[in-house]
Design a protein around this ligand. Sequence first.
Ligand SMILES: Cc1cc2nc3c(=O)[nH]c(=O)nc-3n(C[C@H](O)[C@H](O)[C@H](O)COP(=O)(O)OP(=O)(O)OC[C@H]3O[C@@H](n4cnc5c(N)ncnc54)[C@H](O)[C@@H]3O)c2cc1C
Length: 596
Amino acid sequence: MSNFLTTLDQVSGKSFDYVIVGGGTAGLVLAARLSEDPSKSVLVLEAGGAHLDDPMTYLPASYGKYFGNKEYDWAFMTVPQKHAENTSFYWPRGKGLGGSSAANFYLWTRPEVEDINAWERLGNPGWNWENFLKYSIKCEKFIPPSAEVAQSERLTYDAKVHGTDGPIVLGWPNLRPGWDVALQDTLESLGVPRLVEPQGGDRVGFGMDLATVDPRTNRRVSSVAYLEQAGSRPNLKILVNAPVARILSAPGEGFTANGVQFLFDGQTHNALTTASGEVILSAGALKSPQILELSGIGDSKVLGALGIETKVDLPAVGTNVQDHLFAGVAYELKEPEKYNTIDPLLDPTFAEEQLKLYAEGKGLLTLGIVGIGMAPLKALSDRYAEIEGNAPTGGDFPGLAEQRVEQIARLKEGAANAEFVTIPGFYSFPNPPAPGKKHVSLCTTLNRPFSRGTIHAASLDPLDPPAIDPHYFEEDIDRLTYIEQVKFVRKVAQTEPFKSILGREVNPGPDVQSDEDISLWLKKYLTTVHHTSSSCSMLPKDKGGVVDPELKVYGTKGLRVVDLSVVPLIPSAHPQSIVYAIAEQAADIIKGTSEA
Ligand SMILES: Cc1cc2nc3c(=O)[nH]c(=O)nc-3n(C[C@H](O)[C@H](O)[C@H](O)COP(=O)(O)OP(=O)(O)OC[C@H]3O[C@@H](n4cnc5c(N)ncnc54)[C@H](O)[C@@H]3O)c2cc1C
């Protein structure tokens, strides 16, 4: 597989049919699918390293181990958040082949049917659940568990909604925390039903989701698996450590992309496209808008402030940004020996021993998260009518009002919103864990934010991070909903059988009780779930669109965006499954084989 990796002399000044910017989740799906046609040459330029066969990318149970390590992590920070105590939040993102799919927490969840159909209703023909499911099935190879494990741990599924031939191997990790059945029973007693198949388009309930981990080898799976399945192809080249600075356009009227400018070893180079070729931007929701802006495509006011000449005035670039929020209520475990958590891995000697066990297919490093619950606010809180009745309806940019019609419709239908998921270990702030203890972090995720943020280039230097402003809690419905979710988490912790598993609450801790206390705690100590989307939304141009339904950038020729940034309205789901399906559908659209 490493024979895809190429050298500067094979790229600089050369022409390709497709130049893909970013070898991340979407980028490598496109690379593999577009190079299926041997007559088409494909180049991928990736800012980070190759990281092939690197334990940092294939070891399960290494949650966040790379955080802050610039070799693997872009380590972005948001600007101080006006509605969240001026806190600046840390936003890790995967850097290198596989992108964030090689750096994530390997949960695999599919969205709800109407979350995807909403994209079509918002003006994108062909972007509906039927196609989503088709492409999601195409990408996966599902490995069922043994009947014995499936029964004892309620690993239920419906084979009809799973793929068997795709590159992305999915299954249940061989080691699980050990409390999911108790949590499922507890939630069921509180009105959150059992879910037999969480991947079938209905997410309300608690079910055992999947993980991008191969249970046969205990290795995590990223989009690099597409290259492995593709095998050797002379028409596909990948240059790593080659950050793209800007998209080049042909001289003359309008913006016809004809290549990119990139950096390599501190020098600037160009990679070009053939006369009918295309540049495809797959740099992720945080970098794709920045690259467009540095190329002169964006809001002329934003570009003008940086001294960039506007080539295509496209005000929506870097707007409509949506993010899921995450907050962990952490508990010590009463009988730690009964459960599997990653806390002991903090001891270097123990971690070393576990590495040896991993080589034999055993031990704590094979641990993964599976149980996920989702429910509408009305299942959790008596205050739902008052809170959701005040949902904002208008919008400060064209098209936002229509998105909010969709969002409010989902709330009224009782769609999944509040999410409950456990991290087997300590993932919570600000109180530190006591030494030697094991923990469960009972986390809740706000999955249908009404606030909208921005991501814009902040300087002319392509290596500088963009200015990231998610506008957390700008719409008060987000804050009020989230407070109710935290209160519900504590109710779960006070309900049997889960209650008996838990010892002391470490965070937010006994001093944080009133709604005001919880609000303040959230404003300071929530984290992102790393699901940021929509900064180059696929919408009609006059409704806040950056790309059309064929993912072509408005006002340009030969330029598309394919990554999480194109999602117009973020679904209630962890998004890697969404990115894979988008990229699969995009590949068919680009090849002209889409039946949509
Ligand atoms: C810590 C973390 C945990 C997560 N956990 C989960 C989870 O458990 N389940 C889930 O479903 N989702 C999870 N996600 C989210 C999910 O992984 C991402 O949403 C998804 O992978 C994004 O895909 P993408 O193609 O849009 O971007 P990416 O996969 O991030 O790809 C972008 C690529 O572009 C490269 N790039 C950026 N700028 C340039 C440039 N100028 N030139 C060249 N290359 C460039 C990057 O290095 C990267 O390789 C997690 C994400 C993170 C960061």
